[in-house]
Structure formats: C-alpha cells, structure tokens
Design a protein around this ligand. Structure first.
Ligand code: SAM
Length: 267
C-alpha cells in the first residue's frame, strides 16, 4: 500500500473528479446517489460546533457545515490539488474553512479534545491503519462530541464491482489481505492514477471504533435513489451524484449498498 502513490494519484485526478461529480454545497453528502444529512439527520444541529472533516477532498461538506452555523471547520486531506480546489470553493461560497495538508492517521497538529464533530466521507478506505484513524479521531474529539463517517460498504466492494463489470471472475476476496490496486475510469474511457485501497471488513471497521472508546449509536446503509424518486425530490437535492451516471450503476445502487455510515459518540 503506497500512500505516496495515492497522494499523487489524487493530485492527478482532482480536476476530473470535481468536474465529473456534482457535490452539494447545501447538504452534507454520504456518497453517490444516497440520501444526505437533511434526510438522515445523523449529525443534527451544528450551530456553534468546532468541526473537523477528514479526507475533505474539495471541502464541500465542511463548507455546508459552516453554512449551517458551525463555529469553525477544518478540512484535512493529503492531496494538495484537492485542498487547492477546496480553498477556492470556500472563498467562492464566502465561508471560512481552514484546509490543511495532513495524513488521516496522524492528527498530531490538533490537541486532545479540539472538536465537537468529526466527519468523513469516502476517505477511510485509503487508511493503512484504520484503528489509528479511529484512535486519533477519539483523541481530538471533545467529551460528548460526535463522529459521523461513511466509507465504501464492503458488500459493494465484493459484489457490486463484479456485477458492474459483468465479470464474476473479478469478485474480490472479502478476506483479502493485500491492498487493492485500481485506476479511476472516467466517463470518456480514460484511466487516471494508480490507487491502492485496503479491503477493510465490517468487523475491522466496527471493532476499531469500539476499541477507540467511542460508542456507536447508529449504522445506516443508504439505498441509492432511483429515477422516479430523484425526479420527485428534484435531482439537485441529491447531495452527491455522478455527472454521467450509467443506468447500470443507478440500478445496482438500489440493490446493493454503496456506502456504510456510522455515527458514534465520545462519552
Ligand atoms: C473519494 S475522495 C473523497 C473526498 C471527499 N470527502 C468527497 O466526498 O468528495 C477521497 C479523499 O481522501 C483523501 N485521502 C486519501 N488518503 C488520505 C490520507 N492518508 N490522509 C488524508 N486524506 C487522504 C484523498 O486525497 C481524497 O481527497
């Protein structure tokens, strides 16, 4: 698993990623074509809270949380290109967010008990040591603080990707131990970057949070919106969507959860 290669790959992909995804600046998103915070209500009132977003990418969720009244927001990411995009976006949206380059496994730049809320969307699959991420999160959270994150649902990783490619020989091992190598396929058939993500299992995700001392109080596996629902709620209110989604992908996210969301508390 090469973090450095992931970092470089995100630098290379950032421009395309941001232009091929329509990510809300009005609702916190939990991944592609899934209900956002306005529907799920996992975070609740953020007025006056100090917020940290881990693996913030283009910073959209931090920006939304500031618009919703957070006292401060800090976004960390390893990719300078993603952070650069985030800084410009925050300026355009007229909110102040502090965007820093940092590794999610090492939050030493923050003192203990600095934040009331830590959020993260689809970044923890890149963690080399997920336990360390949870322990660092627990350390920087204040007592009573909340931690809401989502990552790739292991079911999607194993089954969804195979069905998507129609090649059952490509079914990934659930108990895979090695980092998985892949490239980002753009809508026009290009392949960008050389990413490596770790095949985290449910037990590792959930036990890691428990061992960090945080208390899990809700788990959500959101079902993707279908075309009719999207029309009913208005496609622009889906907080994260592909600019060019394939029919097959939209059908699959109705059958297999793409994301798992976990909400935990420090008591
Ligand atoms: C799929 S993107 C998600 C970005 C953003 N949260 C969103 O939902 O659009 C994953 C992000 O995690 C970041 N990332 C990967 N490994 C990281 C690490 N070790 N530390 C901090 N950020 C990392 C990448 O640079 C990338 O911006």
């Amino acid at each position: 698993m090469s973090k450095e290669r992931n970092r470089q790959s995100w630098d290379t992909l950032s421009k395309c990623y941001q232009s091929e995804h329509i990510i809300s600046l009005e609702d916190v998103h939990y991944g592609p074509h899934a209900p956002g915070e306005r529907s799920l209500g996992l975070i609740g009132n953020v007025r006056g809270l100090d917020v940290l977003e881990i693996g913030c990418g283009g910073g959209q969720n931090s920006i939304v949380l500031m618009k919703w009244g957070a006292k401060s927001a800090t976004g960390i990411d390893q990719s300078e290109a993603q952070l650069e995009y985030a800084r410009k976006l925050a300026q355009k949206e007229k909110v102040v967010v502090s965007f820093l380059q940092a590794d999610m496994e090492d939050l030493h730049v923050f003192r203990n008990s600095t934040f009331d809320l830590v959020v993260s969307s689809h970044a923890f699959d890149y963690a080399e040591n997920l336990d360390r991420v949870f322990q660092e999160t627990a350390r920087v959270l204040r007592k009573g603080g909340r931690f809401v994150f989502c990552m790739l649902n292991p079911i999607w990783r194993v089954v969804g990707t195979a069905l998507e490619s129609e090649d059952l020989a490509k079914v990934q091992a659930y108990f895979g131990e090695e980092a998985e190598k892949w490239s980002w396929a753009t809508s026009d058939g290009q392949s960008i970057g050389a990413f490596e993500t770790v095949p985290w299992r449910f037990e590792q995700i959930i036990n890691g949070v428990i061992q960090s001392g945080l208390r899990i109080d809700r788990v959500v596996e959101p079902r993707g919106y279908n075309g009719n629902e999207a029309e009913e709620i208005g496609v622009e209110s889906i907080p994260y969507r592909d600019a060019y989604p394939s029919e097959k992908f939209l059908a699959l996210i109705r059958r297999i959860p793409f994301t798992i969301i976990i909400s935990a508390k420090k008591s």
